[in-house]
Design a protein around this ligand. Structure first.
Ligand code: PEP
Ligand code: MG
Length: 838
């Protein structure tokens, strides 16, 4: 038997006839969507381990188990089809999560007759869930007995995706002009790669006599395709025609800039005439600050003598890459949560670069020759940076910075160094070149500004600095690195100057300007605890969106008038069992307690669709966001909602707790929950009724606002989903991100209609989607009739300040005219004119 780090032979876990996945009577398994694998129609009653490994997951309902083999392959062993519905009846699990098992060890016994009678089919599956890393080849398709060889697993080469491409079928070729601004740099290239990966065909781009497979970001960038250059696209495989169409569209649709991003600072290279004590550079993010200079050094490696054990070094590199992938994964999740579109796109590209065959192949080859993992990784990145530098495109040369970012991160992981700096708040950081991940850390530590010897104003780090309002200069030259640690400097990014020897007078002038700015912020913060009244005296409640009691406490400290949206999913996700009623009650109570005397709007669970919970199996759906999500869960699992309502009815005081229902589309759904609340109140002997509100996040609800308001106590507009469903654009679609803009006049019309419908029944309307946190939208929302804004906690002071400078009558008049505009961009432009941001 051939078992090593890369290859593994799996033995039959069951006895019976073998089927290919395509023959399995279940569309999801049959399509291979869960991964490669094989099926057996079992004749015995015990499932055995197909190899040695660790049990990484056991289904609560005992019908499935996941093993991780020693070479990293993950295998889902799933007994029967739709057996989850048996809720564990007839199954007995013989091992626990975390246990190490040997090849052939019995894992799960089941009652053959009983299960066969009650489920759709006994056909059982062995699925390789990380098929992107491994490939499965059946050894036999006849009947097998437990323990006989069944499936051969091979780790894919780094360029395995390529080898695996479906090459039967015709080749389709097309030509297209590149619409992406600046050409095919990392973010558009990542989009092209993602598009190509949606198809089985092998796709390539050809330009100026060179070709690159669409799987390789580096390969794509290496073509140095500029904006408006014409490229040839070729796709070969059974779905080649569709792949070609998709790629042509992706290449010819410009990746728009984020709508809310701060406008890029003008890229000005200032005259480098010598001026004593001043370094000239390029402004990447505007601002004027002073502070002590703080040098940041990159890791440098000692000479490597070579002769390392390749297996050990490969393992070390793999572990480091996994760690960095997971760090970037959490950065991405945060960016997504906070709707930082640029940040998300940049780190998604980093993740793709980390999987790039060009990088991995080169590093692995060096390791095979005895090089240390650190040096192999470093050298592989340096080679690719060199390639990018020689392309003659400044934009692509800047992308080398992203590679150097990954070099440093992986080196830190390999060397076991913590990836964390300690930089004093208020410092001006100087470095050869900072990377996007450096920037995220530094901005969290409260540094005042950034300057780099190298780098460009269109690099990712510059985009992030602008987004965070952190003054930043690049291309200051290597003299920057000779400066003394701790010396007081002035960073005047607006004028492209780093003043190394500022006079005391200059320092105090800059400090004063900084202080004025900080003071404005501080004033907003002190005023944040007072109610927000418009110039003509209308009170606008500025509440906060939170997802835990800690965030609620933070919101109160920032002056929130209440919690406008508690997303209760935080209690339900990332765990193996559902929270019981008491756990829920105490979590909701903690949020109420954290908010003093203020009210808290608690939204009932909004899972389903693509947010699946392990312990809450729901049908797999073709269109999850149009499926059983939000309040529709009550149709299929009423007991879950009942339990949550019971927990909510036990918090005290109930007068401060308001309940909000997600994804309502018709009045019936609201009336049904009202009835359930009444019934539960009687059952529990509760005489008081909490207020019950409805989220307006589907166009149908906005159009029916009048009817809903008749039965609801309040309405709260979820602009995130309302945008998705009104514009028919996935709110998480990377290529559409900048167009999913709730300032679209169609959405403003729905908001206006919601407020008009609510007014007929004297109900108030709030906004809890991301639009509420956008200061440009504040006058529009108030003008359309919104009286509560639920924003991110740190923005409470800023939004209250904005409210205090508005005149409602004027907001009403101008907002009506915005409804007649033809695009979100036109609305934003008009708002900038009418109500400039300070
Ligand atoms: C919304 O859709 O705007 C909303 C607030 O809900 P969520 O973002 O949780 O879907
Ligand atoms: Mg929503």
């Amino acid at each position: 038997m051939h078992n090593n780090n890369k290859e593994l032979t799996l033995s039959a876990p069951l006895s019976g006839p073998v089927l290919t996945l395509a023959k399995v009577p279940d569309p999801v398994f049959a399509s291979g969507a869960m991964g490669d694998g094989i099926a057996i129609d079992p004749l015995n009653d015990t499932l055995h381990a197909p190899c040695a490994g660790v049990v990484v997951h056991v289904a609560r309902t005992g019908h499935a188990i996941t093993l991780r083999a020693d070479n990293g392959a993950e295998l889902l062993l799933h007994l029967g089809l739709d057996t989850v519905e048996l809720q564990g009846e007839g199954f007995s699990m013989l091992v626990k999560e975390g246990a190490r098992v040997s090849n052939g060890q019995p894992l799960l016994r089941y009652d053959l007759d009983r299960v066969a009678q009650q489920c759709k089919s006994l056909v059982s599956l062995m699925i390789l869930t990380n098929s992107q890393d491994f490939q499965a080849r059946p050894i036999t398709l006849k009947s097998v007995k437990v323990g006989e060889p069944l499936l051969h697993i091979i780790r894919r080469q780094a360029s395995g995706a390529q080898a695996e491409a479906d090459l039967s079928g015709e080749t389709f070729v097309g030509h297209i002009r590149i619409a992406h601004r600046g050409g095919l740099h990392a973010r558009p290239a990542a989009l092209i790669r993602q598009t190509a990966q949606g198809f089985k065909s092998k796709s390539q781009l050809h330009f100026a006599g060179k070709s690159a497979i669409c799987d390789s970001l580096i390969g794509l960038m290496g073509l140095a395709v500029g904006e408006q250059d014409e490229v040839q696209v070729s796709c070969q495989g059974t779905d080649a025609e569709a792949a070609l169409q998709a790629l042509l569209i992706a290449l010819s649709t410009a990746l728009a800039e984020a709508p809310h991003a701060v406008a890029p600072a003008p890229v000005t290279r200032h005259n480098r005439t010598a001026e004593a004590g001043v370094l000239h550079g390029v402004c990447a993010a505007a601002g004027l600050v002073s502070g002590p200079l703080f040098r940041l050094n990159a890791i440098s490696l000692p000479m490597d003598a070579g002769s390392h054990d390749p297996a050990q070094q490969l393992h070390a590199l793999d572990t480091a890459l996994t760690a960095v992938r997971s760090e970037i994964g959490s950065t991405l999740a945060q960016a997504k949560k906070h709707k930082h579109i640029d940040e998300e796109a940049i780190f998604a590209a980093h993740l793709a670069l980390l999987e790039d065959p060009a990088l991995l192949d080169a590093a692995n080859a060096s390791i095979d020759r005895g090089m240390a993992a650190t040096h192999a990784w470093s050298q592989s990145i340096d080679q690719q940076c060199e390639v990018l530098a020689q392309l003659g495109s400044p934009l692509l040369a800047e992308r080398a910075n992203d590679l150097r970012d990954l070099k440093q991160r992986v080196l830190r992981a390999l060397l076991g160094e913590t990836w964390h700096y300690d930089v004093p708040a208020g410092a001006i950081v100087a470095a050869h070149e900072l990377t996007p991940s450096d920037l995220l850390q530094l901005s969290q530590q409260g540094v005042a500004g950034l300057c780099m010897a190298e780098g460009g104003a269109t690099s990712h780090v510059a985009i992030l600095a602008r987004g965070k309002g952190l003054p930043c200069m690049v291309a200051l030259g290597s003299t920057l690195l000779d400066q003394q640690q701790g010396q007081a400097v002035v960073l005047d990014a607006d004028s492209g100057r780093l003043e190394l020897l500022p006079t005391a007078e200059r320092l105090s002038q800059v400090r004063q300007a900084q202080l004025d700015h900080q003071q404005r912020r501080a004033e907003q913060q002190t005023q944040a605890h007072h109610p927000a009244l418009t110039l003509d005296g209308l009170h606008i409640e500025v509440a906060a969106n939170v997802a835990s009691s800690a965030e609620a406490a933070d919101a109160l400290a920032h002056g929130a008038d209440g919690v406008g949206l508690l997303r209760t999913e935080f209690l339900f996700v990332d765990r193996n069992t559902a929270p019981d009623e008491e756990e829920q009650r105490s979590a909701y109570q903690a949020v109420l307690d954290a908010m003093g005397e203020k009210s808290v709007i608690i939204r009932t669970i909004d899972v389903g669709g693509d947010k699946q919970l392990d312990y809450l199996p729901l049908p797999i759906e073709a269109n999850p966001v149009l499926g059983l999500r939000g309040i529709r869960l009550a149709q299929v699992r009423p007991e879950i909602l009942d339990q949550q309502l019971r927990a909510l009815l036990h918090v005290s005081p109930l007068s401060r707790c308001r309940i909000l229902l997600p994804m309502i589309t018709e009045v019936e759904e609201l009336l049904h929950i009202r009835q359930r609340l009444d019934a539960l109140c009687s059952e529990l002997g509760v005489s008081e009724r909490p207020q019950l509100g409805v989220m307006i996040e589907v166009p149908a609800a906005a159009l029916l606002a009048e009817q809903l308001a008749e039965h609801a106590d309040f309405l709260s507009i979820g602009t995130n989903d309302l945008s998705q469903y009104t514009l028919a654009m996935d709110r998480d679609h990377a290529g559409l991100a900048s167009r999913v803009d709730a300032m679209h006049p169609a959405l403003l019309r729905l908001i206006a209609q919601t407020c008009a419908g609510a007014a007929l029944h004297k109900r108030w309307v709030g906004v809890c989607g991301a639009l509420a946190s956008d200061p440009l939208a504040t006058p529009v929302l108030i003008g359309l009739g919104v009286s509560e804004l639920s924003v991110s906690p740190v923005q409470v002071g800023e939004i209250k300040d904005r409210v205090r400078h508005l005149d409602v009558a004027e907001c009403r008049r101008i907002s009506q005219s915005l409804l007649k505009l033809s695009s979100a961009a036109a609305v934003r432009h008009a708002c900038h004119q009418q109500w400039p941001l300070s």
